[in-house]
Design a protein around this ligand. Structure first.
Ligand SMILES: Nc1nc2c(c(=O)[nH]1)N[C@H]1C(S)=C(S)[C@@H](COP(=O)(O)OP(=O)(O)OC[C@H]3O[C@@H](n4cnc5c(=O)[nH]c(N)nc54)[C@H](O)[C@@H]3O)O[C@H]1N2
Ligand SMILES: Nc1nc2c(c(=O)[nH]1)N[C@H]1C(S)=C(S)[C@@H](COP(=O)(O)OP(=O)(O)OC[C@H]3O[C@@H](n4cnc5c(=O)[nH]c(N)nc54)[C@H](O)[C@@H]3O)O[C@H]1N2
Ligand SMILES: [Mo]
Length: 820
């Protein structure tokens, strides 16, 4: 599997949004969930008359300041986006020069690739997987992908795309999405204007797109549209994932997932028993002549990582201690799989750090059953969480029998991020250093202190008792001044990397590029001969010999372009807009002179941002998308996505209507479904209402209910329904309701609102029930439930994000809640 850059980050930056002409917020609610960042939208509106479009099942506070709003049925965004692409193609709203040269539109695809009935070729129903052999380019005798730059060949990506989107007519969109046709067409018109080289749209999205069984394809859909409009790499453009927690971007960057190594390198699989096999599928050769294909440097990043981990124990002779790395026997040990294994009794100890899964993960009954099977649960958290107290009876709020649960629970009080020193990576990939706030209360310890102390104790046990394979633990580099309390500065310097011996300068014979012991300048100095170490290559440059670049606080912004190059440090290489080479045409002239970013001087690239291309790479020869083998961006993704090279309409696992492309198909046909859960998907006959879940400005997840001020601002769990549904079910404003689904039931106060309206989809009236997520049985707020008693245990086919945003329920008036 090819690692991808920016697995959900902003391609641009918050400060860049002010340069846009059109903002589309679809799959998010930035005004409420990202209120500080949203000021840049307000700025764009005020300073350059930018317009704002919102597409959301609910009329949100973002919608309330929009220029145009359209409703959409939860889980139907692919149909909408493919509909917009179809409309743009049909109405010649295409940035042709960009599409032809900077995307893979001209590349020819194998004859065997095709689709029918909502499925691509190669589907195996039993395996719930595709054979992807034909989802690829035609390769010529020269070893390069074949092209037709005139876009005439029926097998070129462009013509396949055109045929693929043909079914998504405005009528199809209206029928599937419930979005009135006139609203859809008005949005198409607004978006279409941004195909002009000097008009730019930005896409701001978050969980409204990711939390679906085809979340990754929702995002692909918009990325493709942005490419067709020529908006990637442009100031005021891009694909902008608005990340959630203050450092969730840092979490992904540092590879805190079972299949990742820091910097989007990947953990080996069982099929890669040795280093040569592992490397053979990672250092991608260019697929078009003269292209960069930057992953050819993979071994430099990987070897430097191995040296950071195991120092002298990682040598060329032992393939850099490759045998120390675990080998995955399944694609990932994602959280859904871990809870499934726990439920099957295959996990003894669960170490839960900064996570409250009983509140945050789907199907509470299953989670409770899983946690009850553990021998030991360790929770490391500054707060008392529901997860740590899952065994307590709280009446209907947590209806368990403590006597029947044998799991031992240990709580390790940790500090919270505001009490720590370190860098938080924001959505725009900026590593911003921060300094500790208040002194931690009581016995609370920093996470690093707890981890270091645990590690030293475990290492001592291995030293004394051996064990099956002690080497990776015994040889782990741990050269911190205080081994029981590594400092944030030491960790950051390790992520930047340094020379372990003198590194020769390849461009200057006899000269030294980096002297032994010195910090490398950035990742371009990393080597694969063991002479450098670096714990996270994309962060390299954050703390070099110039000092802590993340702590920089110079807010000057020459010509008011929104780059702020001397404020903090952005990965990679302090670049603020990814793919910025694409902001200029084939000759290297900015598409929009008023929105110049970088340009070709005749000798090199220069401008306001750090060029995203070799500074002397000639325009017209080296294409802008250097991370890809093609040198271009991808309208067609070959075999990278498990569920298709193009996004195709799929219904949620629990949907009010059948998939109109294939009525027999449920959900995403390649999403992983565990046996017991398959029996638990509801049908619309039993549960006719579509539920979706979201956050409120006044609360942050499950922390702020511990705070009396927030708890009084939003005191009580509620659900939101339309006036029409309320009337139909005899529900009164502020009345109590019971909401139930296939997996459980909750009681809530009813907020009856005009902000949600029934929709017409495939001949049915579809009602939406909105469920905010902030209540539980701990803290200062009144006890409540949130949505996850009801949500299904299934996730996205590519990344396993649970399907929190579209599931089925029913609702009825209730006298009062049955609380013990
Ligand atoms: N105040 C506050 N701010 C927060 C948080 C918080 O708890 N409180 N949490 C943070 C975190 S961790 C995250 S990840 C972000 C999340 O940020 P967002 O994703 O913006 O927040 P949500 O409220 O989950 O959902 C956004 C919107 O998606 C809509 N939606 C639901 N289903 C669909 C659909 O199928 N299609 C479309 N187009 N829209 C749909 C919902 O109606 C909702 O308005 O917020 C962060 N910010
Ligand atoms: N139905 C539904 N479910 C959802 C969502 C949805 O939209 N709908 N959204 C999902 C999303 S996007 C997210 S991010 C999750 C959030 O789910 P969680 O991440 O589980 O929720 P939080 O309460 O934000 O954080 C977990 C814990 O981290 C602790 N913590 C804070 N700082 C520190 C620290 O420095 N160290 C340690 N050790 N702990 C710390 C907090 O006290 C808190 O108890 O919920 C998910 N669940
Ligand atoms: Mo999140």
């Amino acid at each position: 599997m090819a690692p991808t850059f920016g697995r959900g980050a902003m391609s641009n930056a918050w400060t860049d949004i002010k340069s846009t002409d059109l903002v589309i917020v679809m799959g998010g609610n930035a005004a409420e969930a990202h209120p500080c960042g949203f000021k840049w939208v307000t700025e764009a509106k005020a300073s350059r008359g930018a317009k704002l479009i919102v597409v959301d099942p609910r009329y949100t506070r973002t919608a309330s300041v929009s220029d145009y709003y359209a409703p959409i049925r939860p889980g139907s965004d692919i149909a909408f986006l493919m509909g917009v692409i179809r409309w743009c193609i049909a109405n010649d709203k295409v940035q042709w020069e960009y599409v032809t040269n900077f995307t893979n539109a001209a590349l020819l695809v194998k004859e065997g690739f095709g689709w029918s009935d909502g499925l691509f070729t190669g589907y195996d129903e039993e395996k719930r997987d595709y054979d992807k052999a034909d989802w690829d380019y035609q390769i010529g005798e020269d070893g390069f992908a074949r092209v037709d730059m005139t876009l005439q060949d029926p097998r070129c990506v462009w013509n396949l795309l055109k045929t693929h989107v043909d079914v998504y007519t405005p009528e199809f969109v209206e029928n599937v999405c419930g979005t009135p046709k006139d609203r859809f067409l008005q949005i198409c018109e607004m978006i279409g204007e941004c195909s002009a080289p000097d008009k730019v749209m930005t896409s701001m999205y978050a969980l409204g797109w990711t939390q679906h069984s085809k979340g990754a394809q929702n995002i692909r859909g918009m990325a493709m549209l942005q490419l067709i409009l020529g908006n990637i790499g442009m100031r005021g453009g891009g694909m902008n994932a608005l990340r959630g927690h203050s450092n969730i971007q840092g979490l992904t960057d540092l590879g805190l997932m079972s299949n990742l190594i820091p910097g989007y390198l990947s953990i080996p699989t069982e099929k890669e028993p040795d280093w040569q096999t592992y490397m053979s599928s990672r250092e991608f050769k260019p697929l078009r002549p003269g292209q960069t294909s930057y992953w050819q440097n993979y071994s430099k990043f990987m070897v430097s990582f191995m040296k950071a981990m195991w120092g002298d124990a990682a040598t060329e002779e032992n393939d850099w201690a490759y045998h120390y790395l675990p080998k995955l026997d399944v694609p990932t040990y994602d959280i859904l799989r871990m809870f499934e294994l726990m439920k099957q009794g295959q996990v003894n100890l669960y170490f839960c750090q900064g996570f409250n899964p009983l509140m945050a993960f789907p199907n509470r009954a299953k989670l409770t059953e899983a946690l009850s099977k553990l021998k030991l649960l360790v929770v490391m958290d500054p707060l008392e969480t529901e997860t740590a107290h899952f065994w307590e009876n709280h009446g209907a709020y947590n209806d368990v029998d403590p006597a029947a649960i044998q799991t031992e629970v240990l709580e390790l009080p940790s500090t919270c991020f505001a009490e720590d020193e370190g860098a938080l990576v924001n959505s725009g990939r900026w590593l911003q250093w921060h300094w500790p706030g208040p002194t931690p209360p009581g016995e609370a310890k920093h996470d690093t202190w707890i981890m270091a102390n645990l590690f030293q104790k475990v290492r001592k046990l291995y030293q004394e008792e051996g064990g099956v394979f002690p080497d990776p633990i015994l040889n782990l580099t741990w050269d911190y001044q205080d081994p029981l309390d590594p400092s944030s500065a030491e960790l950051a310097r390790e992520m930047n990397g340094r020379a372990l011996r003198d590194v020769a300068d390849p461009a200057n014979e006899g000269a030294t590029l980096v002297a032994a012991g010195k910090q490398v300048k950035n990742f371009t100095q990393l080597q694969d001969d063991g002479s450098t170490m670096c714990a996270c290559w994309i962060f390299s440059g954050c703390w070099n010999e110039d000092g802590n670049n993340m702590a920089r606080r110079d807010n000057s912004d020459p010509d008011d372009v929104g780059m702020f190059l001397n404020w903090s440090f952005a990965w990679p290489l302090n670049r603020r807009i990814l793919y910025n080479r694409a902001s200029a045409d084939l000759q290297g002239r900015p598409w929009d002179p008023d929105r110049k970013l970088i340009e070709w001087t005749g000798e090199k690239w220069e401008g306001y941002d750090v060029p995203d291309i070799g500074v002397t790479s000639k325009p017209g020869e080296v294409m802008p998308f250097i991370m890809n083998q093609e040198g271009t961006s991808r309208l067609f993704t070959r075999g990278m996505m498990r569920d298709g090279p193009f996004p195709t309409h799929m219904e949620p696992f629990e949907a009010p209507i059948a998939n109109v492309l294939n009525p027999k198909m449920r959900g995403n046909p390649v999403s992983r479904v565990f046996v017991d859960d398959a029996e638990q998907f509801a049908t619309s006959e039993e549960f006719p209402l579509v539920a979706t879940s979201y956050r409120l400005t006044e609360h942050f997840h499950y922390w702020t209910k511990h705070n009396k001020v927030n708890a009084s601002l939003q005191p009580e769990f509620f659900v939101e329904i339309s006036e029409e549904l309320a009337a139909e079910r005899g529900i009164t404003r502020g009345g109590r309701v019971r909401v139930w689904g296939k997996r459980g039931e909750v009681w809530a106060k009813a907020v009856v609102t005009k902000r949600i309206k029934p929709m017409q989809c495939d001949g049915k009236t579809v009602h939406v029930v909105g469920i905010p997520l902030h209540w539980g049985f701990k803290g200062a707020a009144k006890k409540g439930w949130g949505p996850n008693t009801l949500t299904p245990f299934v996730g996205d086919a590519n990344v396993e994000t649970p399907e929190f945003k579209a599931f089925l329920v029913n609702i009825e008036p209730a006298a009062e809640e049955p609380v013990a």
